[in-house]
Design a protein around this ligand. Structure first.
Ligand code: NAP
Length: 554
């Protein structure tokens, strides 16, 4: 660790330029006004920092602003999928549904921004297209698509893991005369689907929600499925006031209990048994109970579902048996049944009547794995052996996840170093927070962090609190330049890979490993050790005076 040099200028030097003037130096620019960016803004401002958020969209809320497709709804219980940093906020806010729909989450984001006086520090319609580090000045200069520039000591990328849209290039797509939509770029005004012949490509979490929501209204729905997905019922309902009252009475304890669980998703009793240590009938009883309770309980019913293939198969087969029970046409049921990969290794989906949708006479499942999409014409989608006349095509085809957002932000470090060549074989970060060779660049929920493998809000708060404490620690010591060491980064990359290989995760052809994007390196991009362990590891690093980071003055 290096010490501050004589010419250092402390980060909080009051003699610095007025940040309100154009081109003046800010302490931090945060990119993204999703829930991560909002909290980063609030937390860093509480440290007395001058911070501005640049947001590409025309509203706050990040993923919940963009993903406004019909049926969009969170699949983690809202009383837990929300900020915990303010007990007052927790008590005041009333969730109307057990699992909030997109509009409610959007309102929550707006409410938080206004309640904590953050709106004036957020610039909307400001998509960052370049971020350049000036080693002489130790500053980042950030440029938006519209030509706005901002200079800051710290650059905080709060980009979300799922913000770079993946749209497959289908020959003839531009010739299609009908309407083309992507779920993640859904228009703000309502889209008229009533009486239309609609095709949905993609059956991930998004497709499953969308298909269920629009099937009753469209004339005919063709579902173009490449890989069948495991989906569990969430049993959403309007919020029960009694339940809410009880929850709010010991909110803090419930949140802390949930934080002890691997994903920060459940406040329930910890499971202690292997799926293979119980009788077949007992196992079925436990799965059935979890299925009826709703949520991801089936996946959490035993200790070893994500580590033992044989145990995992018992849960997978239970879900397949449910599909056979629900879907009347055995051929359709079989085509909807996931095989060949462990349940949970592609992100588990949650639904409210998805499989039932395939009993409707106006819904047709098309298996594009065996009969692939070859082109679009003016009026139809063509597979190798058939033609489907359509008025609307909806892409529910996901994202260039986890690494896509930061690799597409035009980041250049000292001497013009770019990130993509450095990450050619997979992302390289320390804690998912920093990457060596790029001083003062920090990611919230970046690659190799816990990120989306846990309750998003818990992960965000942990990541941002760690960053804020790191910046405060550095400021108190007069350091204005912080960088992850290559050694710490190497160790973290290895550690995350080792953890992943103790699980079944790398076996799934998922966006977790970049399998959905052609040419992307196949690396498991998330920390799979669970929320409590991630937090513990971070606390140890903080206690060791942030070993793994190197500090210097500006
Ligand atoms: P996704 O899970 O990546 O699913 C994309 C779907 O599109 C997959 O079925 C994929 O098939 C298909 N696809 C992609 N390219 C295709 C092509 N060329 N031809 C045919 N099919 C193609 O994306 P997503 O559904 O948007 O979900 C992404 C993540 O967002 C989720 O995993 C979840 O973390 C989050 N999400 C959460 C919620 C919630 O909380 N309720 C809701 C929506 C999304 P393959 O599987 O074969 O690649």
């Amino acid at each position: 660790m290096t010490s501050p040099s004589a010419e250092s200028r402390p980060v909080d030097d009051p003699a610095r330029e007025d940040p309100d003037q154009d081109g003046a130096l800010l302490d931090a620019v945060v990119v993204g006004a999703g829930f991560a960016g909002i909290y980063a803004l609030h937390r860093l401002r509480r440290l007395g920092m001058r911070v501005e958020v640049l947001e590409a969209g025309d509203g706050v809320g990040g993923t919940w602003h963009w993903n406004r497709y019909p049926g969009a709804r969170v699949d983690v219980e809202s009383l837990l999928y929300s900020y915990s940093f303010s007990p007052e906020l927790q008590q005041e806010w009333r969730w109307l549904h057990r699992y909030a729909p997109q509009a409610e989450l959007q309102q929550y984001a707006d409410h938080v921004v206004d309640r904590f006086g953050l709106r004036e520090h957020i610039t909307l319609n400001a998509r960052v297209v370049a971020a350049n580090y000036d080693a002489g000045e130790n500053t980042w200069t950030v440029t938006t698509e519209g030509g706005l520039t901002r200079r800051a000591r710290y650059l905080v990328a709060a980009l979300g893991s799922l913000s770079i849209v993946n749209t497959p290039s289908i020959p003839g797509l531009d010739d299609f005369d009908g309407l083309t939509l992507h779920t993640s770029q859904w228009p703000e005004e309502p889209v008229a689907l009533r009486g239309k012949r609609v095709g949905v490509i993609g059956t991930g979490s998004t497709g499953i929600q969308l298909i269920t929501a629009i099937a009753p209204e469209v004339e005919h729905l063709h579902v173009f499925q490449r890989t069948p997905n495991f989906s569990l019922p969430i049993t959403n309902a309007p919020m029960d006031p009694e339940y809410e009252r009880g929850f709010k009475q010991d909110y803090g304890d419930r949140v802390e209990a949930a934080r002890q669980s691997s994903g920060g998703l459940s406040a329930g009793a910890p499971v202690i048994r292997s799926a293979l240590d119980v009788s077949e009938s007992e196992r079925q009883r436990i799965y059935e109970e979890a299925w009826q309770a709703g949520g991801a309980g089936v996946l959490r019913a035993f200790t070893d579902l994500m580590t033992n293939r044989e145990a995992n198969e018992t849960a997978a087969e239970f879900v397949r048996s449910k599909i056979r029970e629900i879907v009347r046409d055995p051929d359709v049921a079989e085509r909807l049944s996931p095989r060949g990969y462990p349940i949970g290794t592609k992100r588990i989906c949650m639904d409210t009547g998805y499989f039932e949708t395939f009993n409707r006479p106006n819904v047709t499942l098309v298996d594009v794995r065996s009969d692939s999409i070859v082109k679009m014409t003016e009026s139809s989608l063509e597979t190798a052996s058939d033609s489907y006349p359509l008025d609307v095509v909806i892409f529910a085809t996901g994202f260039d996840a986890v690494t896509g957002p930061i690799l597409n932000m035009g980041v250049t470090g000292p001497g013009g170093t770019e990130l993509p060549p450095r990450w050619e074989n997979g992302p390289r970060t320390f804690l998912g927070l920093a990457t060596s060779g790029f001083p003062n660049l920090f990611m919230v929920g970046g690659p190799l962090s816990l990120g989306v493998l846990a309750n998003g809000f818990f992960a965000i708060e942990q990541h941002v609190d760690f960053l804020a404490n790191l910046l405060e620690w550095a400021r108190e010591r007069g350091y204005g330049r912080i960088e992850a060491t290559p050694e710490a980064e190497d160790g973290w990359v290895r550690h995350v890979a080792e953890l992943a290989h103790r699980t079944l995760y790398p076996e799934g052809p998922s966006w977790y490993v970049g399998a959905n994007i052609e040419g992307k390196p196949r690396v498991f991009m998330l920390y799979s050790g669970g929320f409590a362990n991630f937090r513990r590891e971070c606390e140890e690093i903080a206690r060791s005076d942030y070993e793994g980071f190197v500090f210097s003055s500006s």
